[in-house]
Design a protein around this ligand. Structure first.
Ligand SMILES: [Zn+2]
Ligand SMILES: [Zn+2]
Length: 276
């Protein structure tokens, strides 16, 4: 599966690309959370979810909590967006006893808030994506209260955890393209044609793969080319999880071997394949 249809990265919220939290490789599954007070976000535009997400991070890193970052790995809002918190491969402050073994996702809902079908599908997409080789979680879905005595994730969502709602197959590509495209309108003065395809420069090597995340001029050049093709990718020369996901999605789009590794063939395709 590609990454979730509607995925917002940390950089979309103006946060550092990588969470300052410690590293982990949570593989045991996904834990559902909520907010103990009603947020009523389903009746508001998605910008209210973004504001909520930023506020939550402010609270978690502020004086009353003092954590390194927002506590959760992800959020899934009522509009069906998957929003990056600490993101992939990070320890969380979400479910003590499972902070480095499981990923966490909050529904951002309170006890009276509806869990929407778009939201359920976002959790399903997130789960299927995390089950892929890049992160390879078990696919098991738990609730916060499976770890400690808490009301979280609320009776409504916990019933869904128990009856297998979140582990059903997601639907994909219903209303947004499944490939990442720039989320922010670029201040282009005139409609610019997409960069033409051209002969690829010869592959300088070494092959790009991760982990561990390594910096190279090859990675920087490839990222710049992918960005010019319209992908959401940070051009910093570090070949990390975001670069790998772009690579995999591109590889499946172009019917290349989908291994998440930029070698000579994937490199060449980045210049010579049609931009779709
Ligand atoms: Zn919780
Ligand atoms: Zn939303």
């Amino acid at each position: 599966m590609p990454q979730p249809d509607k995925l917002q990265w940390r950089s979309d919220f103006g946060w550092s690309k990588n969470s300052p939290a410690g590293s982990a490789n949570p593989r045991s599954g996904l834990v559902i959370h909520y907010d103990s007070s009603n947020q009523n976000l389903a009746s508001k535009p998605h910008s209210a979810c973004v504001a909520y997400w930023k506020r939550t991070r402010g609270f978690h890193t502020g004086p009353s909590r003092g954590w390194a970052d927002i506590g959760y790995s992800w959020g899934c809002c009522s509009h069906g967006y998957v929003m990056e918190g600490r993101g992939l491969f990070k320890v969380q402050a979400a479910q003590p006893g499972g902070n480095s073994s499981h990923y966490s996702v909050t529904l951002m809902t309170g006890p009276k808030d509806e869990v929407t079908s778009a939201q359920i599908n976002a959790v399903r997409q997130l789960r299927e994506w995390l089950m892929e080789p890049a992160s390879s979680i078990s696919g098991k879905v738990l609730g916060h209260r499976d770890f400690i005595a808490t009301s979280c994730p609320g009776d409504r969502a916990y019933k869904m955890v128990k009856d297998g709602t979140f582990t059903k197959k997601a639907t994909w590509g219903k209303d947004t393209p499944s490939v990442p495209k720039p989320t922010q309108p670029t201040p282009a003065p005139a409609p610019k044609p997409k960069p033409p395809t051209s002969k690829a420069p010869s592959f300088p090597g070494p092959v790009l793969l991760q982990p561990p995340v390594r910096k190279s001029e090859t990675a920087r050049k490839w990222q710049a080319r992918m960005r010019a093709r319209g992908w959401v990718i940070t051009v910093d020369g570090f070949y990390g999880p975001q670069s790998e996901l772009v690579c995999r999605t591109f590889q499946s789009e172009k019917k290349l071997k989908r291994d998440g590794i930029v070698g000579p063939a994937t490199w060449k395709a980045a210049w010579e394949e049609a931009i779709t």
